[in-house]
Unconditional design. Structure first.
Length: 681
C-alpha cells in the first residue's frame, strides 16, 4: 500500500465507519427480510463500513404480535441468522441485526452481533415496554429472566447477556456495545454502564413507531447519551413495510458523537438505505482521558463486563472522510447556531468587563484603537458594557497612536469608529518618542538606515502600551486589552509592556476567525448604534497587519498572515490540538479533508468572500510545522503571565489559570517528529 493511501485512509487516523441501516420490512417474512439485510450489508461493505446496525426485530419485523410465538417463524429467523453471519465473512463488515431468539423456555427480543462468519454474541433487551400501544411482555422475557450467560444458536454456544462489550483486537478504540429500543428511554440505560466499561460506540436497534414530535425526542436522547457517556451513538428505527395495523413508522436513523450529530437519514423513505458516518473513536478516547469525572464514575459505578474480541477489517483504503468538518471550528456553518454563538460570546465578554468594572469601582477605561479587528471588538464590548452599567461612553478613552507604518486607512477608520460610538477620542503620535528611544539605544534607524528589525517593531508596540498605562494612571482608569486567543496561541504579541499586557483583556478567549463574525454580528444587530456599521464593515475589509514596518518598494504592507500563517489554518490547528490533543498528523489530515470541498467550490450558503480560501496538504503541513514550534516551544512564557479575561469558547482558554497549563521551557520536538514521520510531503 502506498504511503499516501495509508495517510488518506480514515482508518489510519482512528476512525470507524458505521452505518445505520433502514431496510424495507416484510411482515413476518424472515427470508425476505434477510435478503434486504444482505443487500445492505453488501452496500455497507462497498462504502468501506466497519459496522452496520439494523432496527429492532429486523429479521421478523416488529409489529407482528402473536406471530412472534410461532415455531415456524422462530426457526426461520434462526436459519437466516446463519445466512447473514456467513455474509459477514465475505464482506468484512460487522452486522447487528434484530431477532426474536429462544433461550431455554423463554423468548427474548435480541440484538444479534455477527462478524467474521459467525455469531459473536446475543444481547437481550433489558426493559420491555408494556404501556400505551406496547405489549412486549406478552411475548418476550426481559434480560433479567435469562438463567445462563450463554445460549445455543444454530448449534453453536454464544455469549448471551446485556452489556456485552465487543472489542477489536487489531484496531485500538473500536469497542462497541448494544442496547435495544426502550433500553435508552430508561432512567439508567444499559449503554451507560457499557460506556463505563469501555465501549466507545453505542448502538441502538429500535422499532419505535412514530407520532408527532417523537423524532425530536429520539434525537435529543441520542445527542444526550453520546454527550453524557462521551461516546458515539448509532440509532436506527423501523421504517417502510412494517405493519400499520395500528401504528406508523418513519425509519429515523441518526449517528451522534460527543453530543454532535454526524449524520441523519431520510425519514419515511420507501427504499432500503444506509446512513453512514466516520466515528472518531480516537478522539472519544482522548476526551475520556482528560475528563476525570468519566474515569471516576467508571470506578464508582462501573461493573465488570464480558468482553467479546473480534477482528475488524484493516483495509486502509484512501477515501474522503464521511462526517462534517468545520473549516472554521470556532465559527459554526449553521446560521442559527452562529447567531447563538455570537450572542453568547459577545455577552460573555460584556459581562466579564462589567464585573471587573464593578469590582474596581471603575468608571473609565483606556483602550488603544488601531482600526484593526481586535481593538474594534474590544471597543464594541466596552461600549455595550458601559451602556448596560448606565455609564456615559465618554468614560471610554480611546487613543489612536500612529507609528512609522500606520496607514491613513486604518487611522481614519479608528477615528470614524470612535466618533460613531461617541467615546472620547484622542491621538498621540508615537514617532518622536520612538525615534528618541531608538537613538538612545544606538539603533541604526536613528542614523537614517532603513533597518526594520524586531527592535524597531517592538519599540513602537511597547511605547503604545506604556502610554496607555500612564494614561490610565492619569485618568483614574484601567487599560483594556485587545489581544485575541489566536495571537496568544502563536505568541504574536509584544511581551511585557506591550500588547501582551493590560489590566483586563476581553478578547483573550476569542479566536481571530470568530472575532470577524462578532464584529459583523454587532454591526448587523446594531447593538452599539447604527452609525458605526459602515466603519465596521470597512474594518472587516482591511488586511490584518500590525503596521509596524513601512510598506516595501512594491507597495505591499506588512502582512501578519504571511508571517505566522493564515488564521483560518492556525485556528483550525489550535482547536484540535488544544481542545482534543490530537496528533499533528491527524490534524493535518482533518485540515486537508476540511478544505477538500472548498477546492471544488463547495461553500455553505452565505459564506463571506474573505473565507473562500483553499489549502492543499503541502501548505497545511508547512504552516502546521510553524504553528507547533510557536505553540509548544516559543510562546508559552508569554501565556504564563497573561492578564485576566473571560473564557469564551469550549476548551479555548490558554490562561495558565484555566484550560492550558504547560512549561515555559518546553520543546516541540515530539510533535514535529510525529508530523514529519506520518504526513507525506
Amino acid at each position: 500500500m502506498a504511503e499516501t493511501d495509508f495517510f488518506h485512509s480514515p482508518k489510519s487516523h482512528g476512525f470507524v465507519r458505521v452505518a445505520a441501516a433502514t431496510p424495507v420490512s416484510h411482515v413476518g417474512d424472515p427470508v425476505a427480510n434477510a435478503e434486504e439485510h444482505l443487500a445492505l450489508i453488501r452496500e455497507a461493505a462497498g462504502e468501506g463500513c466497519d459496522l452496520v446496525v439494523f432496527p429492532e426485530l429486523s429479521l421478523s419485523a416488529y409489529a407482528i404480535d402473536d406471530l412472534h410465538l410461532q415455531a415456524a417463524l422462530l426457526h426461520e429467523v434462526e436459519r437466516q441468522v446463519a445466512v447473514l453471519a456467513a455474509a459477514t465473512e465475505d464482506s468484512g463488515v460487522l452486522a447487528i441485526v434484530g431477532a426474536p431468539i429462544r433461550g431455554g423456555d423463554a423468548l427474548f427480543n435480541c440484538a444479534v452481533v455477527l462478524g467474521g462468519g459467525e455469531v459473536l454474541g446475543v444481547v437481550p433487551k433489558t426493559y420491555l415496554p408494556n404501556y400505551r400501544e406496547y405489549y412486549e411482555k406478552r411475548w418476550f422475557a426481559p434480560a433479567t429472566a435469562r438463567t445462563e450467560d450463554a445460549l445455543v444458536l444454530n448449534g453453536e454456544s454464544v455469549d448471551f447477556a446485556p452489556g456485552l462489550v465487543f472489542e477489536a483486537v487489531n484496531r485500538p478504540g473500536f469497542v462497541f456495545a448494544v442496547e435495544v429500543c426502550e433500553d435508552f428511554w430508561a432512567p439508567l440505560p444499559p449503554s451507560t454502564r457499557a460506556a463505563l466499561a469501555g465501549a466507545r460506540i453505542l448502538c441502538n436497534l429500535s422499532a419505535s413507531n412514530i407520532v408527532i414530535g417523537k423524532a425530536d425526542e429520539r434525537a435529543m436522547l441520542c445527542a444526550s447519551q453520546s454527550s453524557r457517556t462521551l461516546s458515539a451513538y448509532v440509532f436506527t428505527a423501523s421504517g417502510w413495510g412494517e405493519s400499520t395495523t395500528d401504528l406508523a413508522w418513519d425509519g429515523q436513523a441518526t449517528i451522534h458523537e460527543l453530543g454532535a450529530r454526524l449524520a441523519e437519514g431520510e425519514r419515511f423513505a420507501l427504499e432500503n438505505h444506509l446512513t453512514v458516518a466516520d466515528v472518531d473513536v480516537d478522539r472519544i478516547g482522548l476526551e475520556r482521558l482528560r475528563n476525570g469525572t468519566f474515569s471516576e464514575c467508571a470506578r464508582v459505578e462501573g461493573e465488570a463486563a464480558t468482553v467479546v474480541p473480534f477482528t475488524a477489517r484493516e483495509d486502509a483504503i484512501a477515501s474522503d472522510l464521511i462526517r462534517p468538518i468545520d473549516r472554521f471550528p470556532f465559527v459554526p456553518d449553521d446560521p442559527a447556531r452562529l447567531d447563538q454563538d455570537c450572542y453568547e460570546a459577545f455577552n460573555i465578554q460584556v459581562q466579564g468587563l462589567m464585573r471587573r468594572m464593578k469590582a474596581t469601582n471603575g468608571r473609565r477605561l483606556v483602550i488603544g484603537v488601531s482600526g484593526g479587528l481586535d481593538s474594534t471588538q474590544a471597543l464594541l464590548v466596552a461600549c455595550r458594557a458601559f451602556d448596560r452599567l448606565g455609564l456615559s461612553r465618554e468614560g471610554i478613552l480611546g487613543f489612536t497612536m500612529p507609528g512609522f507604518a500606520t496607514s491613513e486607512g486604518t487611522k481614519s477608520n479608528a477615528w470614524a469608529l470612535m466618533k460613531a460610538l461617541g467615546v472620547t477620542g484622542a491621538e498621540i503620535d508615537i514617532r518622536p518618542a520612538a525615534e528618541q528611544m531608538l537613538k538612545d539605544i544606538g539603533h541604526p534607524f536613528a542614523d537614517g538606515e532603513p533597518v526594520h528589525d524586531i527592535t524597531f517593531e517592538n519599540v513602537q508596540a511597547g511605547l503604545r502600551t506604556d502610554y496607555l498605562f500612564r494614561l490610565a494612571n492619569q485618568n483614574g482608569a484601567f487599560v483594556l486589552g485587545t489581544g485575541d486567543l489566536s495571537e496568544l496561541a502563536l505568541g504574536w504579541a509584544t511581551y511585557g509592556v506591550g500588547d501582551h499586557m493590560s489590566h483586563y483583556n476581553v478578547n483573550g478567549g476569542v479566536a481571530k476567525t470568530l472575532i470577524r463574525h462578532l464584529i459583523r454580528w454587532v454591526a448587523d444587530k446594531q447593538l452599539v448604534g447604527a452609525d458605526a456599521a459602515p466603519t465596521l464593515h470597512a474594518i472587516l475589509d482591511t488586511e490584518i497587519s500590525p503596521e509596524l514596518v513601512p510598506a516595501g518598494a512594491d507597495g505591499k504592507i506588512q502582512s501578519t498572515e504571511s508571517t505566522v500563517g493564515p488564521y483560518a489554518l492556525n485556528d483550525f490547528f489550535l482547536f484540535y490540538i488544544s481542545r482534543f490533543g490530537l496528533k499533528p498528523s491527524k490534524v493535518a489530515y482533518l485540515a486537508e479533508q476540511a478544505w477538500a470541498d472548498a477546492a471544488r467550490g463547495d461553500w455553505p450558503a452565505g459564506t463571506p468572500d474573505d473565507e473562500k480560501i483553499t489549502f492543499e496538504l503541502p501548505i497545511i503541513k508547512a504552516w502546521l510545522r510553524k504553528f507547533l514550534v510557536r505553540f509548544f516551544q516559543t510562546s508559552q512564557f508569554k501565556r504564563s503571565a497573561l492578564p485576566n479575561g473571560p473564557k469564551v469558547v469550549t476548551g479555548g482558554s490558554l490562561s495558565p489559570r484555566g484550560d492550558w497549563r504547560a512549561p515555559s521551557d518546553g520543546t516541540a520536538r515530539v510533535w514535529l517528529d510525529e508530523l514529519e514521520a506520518n504526513v507525506p510531503d
